[in-house]
Every structure is written in C-alpha cells, then in structure tokens.
Ligand binder design. Structure first.
Ligand code: PHE
Length: 338
C-alpha cells in the first residue's frame, strides 16, 4: 500500500459512514468507525508498512479523518436529544403549578384595613416589645391596679428599668399605640393600628399571640355619635348589611364612657354566648389619656375601639373550630380551605 491508496481507502470509509449515519445509532457508529476492531484502527497499524517518507503524511491524514468523524458523532448526539418529528399539540392540558394564597389572618387584616381606609383612616403599626408606660400607665391604669392583671402580660424585665417607662413587656393590646400616636401627630388623628398582641393565655379559644386592630380618632367636637356611626358602618360592611349588634356599658381605664360591642350571630353559633358574640371594646378617650399624649382635653375629644382579628373572623364566618390554635400550626390541609 502507498499513500495514495491509503488516502483512497479512508475516503471510502468516510462515504460508508455518511450512509450509515442515517440508519445506525451514535453508539453503533462509534464502535464501527472508531472502535478497536474498526477498519480505521487496522489502517493505523498499516502506517508502519508505508515507506518512511510517507508515514508522517499518512499519520496526519488519519488524524484528520478521526477528528472529522468525532465532530459528526458529537453533532449527531446533540441532535438525538431532540425528538426528530417534534409536533406541538396545543390542545394538551397545561401543567398546573400549585399556587398558594394568603393566610386567613392576613386576608382579614387587609379586609379590615380596606374598610377603614375608605373612611379616611391611615394604617400604623407600633412596637410589639413595648414599655409598660404605653400599655398601661399612659392609659390611665393606676400603679398596681388589679386591672393590669386582666391583660395577662408577658414581662421582658422583671422590674422597672426606666423611671418613666418602667419595664419592657410584650404588648397585650393595640391600645399601646394610642399615646404613641398622639406623641407623633397633632390632631386630627384617624389611625388604625393593626398589630400582634400577646397574652399569657392558651386554650382552645385563646391564642398567646393574636392580632388586634385599634381605631383612634381625635379631633374637635368628637362625640359618641361619631363612634356609633363608625361601628355601624364597620359591622355592616365586615359582617353583613342586616347585622344586629348592641353597644353595652363596660369599663376600661382608658375610655370614659366605655362599651363592649356584641353582634347577634344566633343561638346556634357555638362561639357566641346566648347568640351574642362580644367582638371588642370601645369608648370615648379618657381625658387623662389625652393629657398623657400632650393633647388638651378641653379643646379635643376622641373615641377608640379595639377588636380581635382571628376569633371574630372565624365566629362570624360560622366556622366552628374545635381548637383555634390550628390557625397557626401551618397545616396546609386546614389553611387551603380559606
Ligand atoms: N384594649 C382593649 C382590649 O384589648 C380594647 C379597647 C380598645 C377598649 C380601645 C376600648 C378602647 O380589650
């Protein structure tokens, strides 16, 4: 064999390769054309039989042949990853990706905020780790008054650490935002404070950590009629236009007069007592609280109300839960129902 014949032979092999690549798989082609028993490998052994002067050239040609085949095999391989006859069937149903939604508490918070924003309230949020001062003292709770126990407070400090502000606590009600708001803004005030509150309680009807929303309106000539008007609007919007409710005298140190508001849910509702559900407190801001906020009670008056989010929403929605704590156990089977 001489160089010419050598070249010819390789080009013949290449021609059969071109035909084979239409019918054989990439793996079969690899074995047949570059494998240990391939014609190409036996040709390599022949190089040694060529005249010495032609061996270098023959080696080069053989290398080129090998590179060419390898490139084509690579190309075939990448093409093979795609189906040859790719048809798009637009009638096939699409893949459904599971989509989450907001927690029922978040939904309710937004619902409440929207109702009050329509009435001209602005939304604020105050610290959850709060001074005793804002949660109690500034709200006209006498020092060591047993009323402080009613709020079942968590204490961060075991004794007062500041002569004015006292100890740090986890705020037990959103009313702690009242004097903070008065310190920040001059009347007219129309805030809605929606925040987490904490109480040392835990049962099927109580969460240690729940949400409240607190309304505070302070302006000239604010009277009980305004408070009733707002409550009426809210109750009818949040629960339903035909909702029956009542405003019942009560006591809070920070409002005078004070009320509790009950809505009629009917005798069948388990959360309600004799058909009435107490949804929260309200009242006219006590003059001492206005003073604590640097507002002159002879010039201004105001009203406040504070209601819980979770239990009210569930009772009103007619959801008779056996244990309210399931709300925060992140059980998707429960949560996805709302
Ligand atoms: N802070 C009171 C509570 O948590 C509710 C309330 C708010 C009462 C505002 C009157 C005025 O029970």
């Amino acid at each position: 064999m001489n160089l010419e014949e050598f070249k010819q032979k390789l080009s013949n092999i290449f021609s059969t390769f071109k035909k084979d690549k239409e019918v054989l798989s990439v793996d079969e082609l690899k074995i047949k054309y570059l494998g240990r028993k391939s014609e190409f490998v036996s040709m390599l052994r022949l190089i040694g039989t060529l005249p010495i002067s032609e061996r270098k050239e023959a080696g080069k040609i053989a290398n080129e042949f090998k590179n060419k085949i390898e490139k084509l095999l690579e190309k075939l391989e990448s093409e093979n990853n795609q189906p040859k006859n790719y048809n798009l069937d637009v009638t096939l149903p699409g893949k459904k990706v599971p989509v989450g939604h907001m927690h029922i508490t978040t939904q309710t918070i937004r619902e409440v905020a929207d109702i009050f924003k329509k009435l001209g309230f602005y939304q604020v949020r105050y610290p959850e780790v709060e001074w005793d001062y804002y949660a109690f003292t500034a709200l006209n709770f006498p020092e060591d008054h047993p009323a402080r126990d009613e709020w079942e407070t968590f204490f961060i400090d075991s004794k007062p650490i500041n002569s004015k502000y006292g100890a740090r606590i986890l705020t037990p009600h959103t009313s702690s935002g009242q004097v903070r708001e008065m310190e920040k803004r001059k009347p007219p005030i129309r805030m809605i404070n929606i925040s987490r509150v904490y109480r040392r309680q835990m049962s099927v009807r109580h969460l240690m950590n729940f949400y409240q929303f607190e309304g505070l309106v302070i302006d000239k000539n604010i009277n009980i009629g305004h408070l009733k008007g707002i409550l009426d609007f809210f109750v009818k919007k949040f629960i339903g236009p035909d909702t029956k409710y009542r405003i019942r005298p009560y006591h809070f140190p920070f409002t005078e007069p004070s009320f509790e508001v009950d809505v009629w849910l009917g005798k069948e509702n388990k959360m309600a007592k004799d058909g009435w559900l107490e949804i929260g407190g309200a009242g006219m801001v006590h003059p001492n609280v206005l003073r604590a906020g640097g507002i002159d009670p002879n010039e201004y008056s105001g009203y406040a109300f504070g209601w819980g989010i979770e239990r009210n929403k569930l009772s009103i929605g007619g959801i008779n839960l056996e244990d309210i704590r399931i709300l925060y156990q992140t059980d998707i089977r429960f949560l996805e129902q709302f």
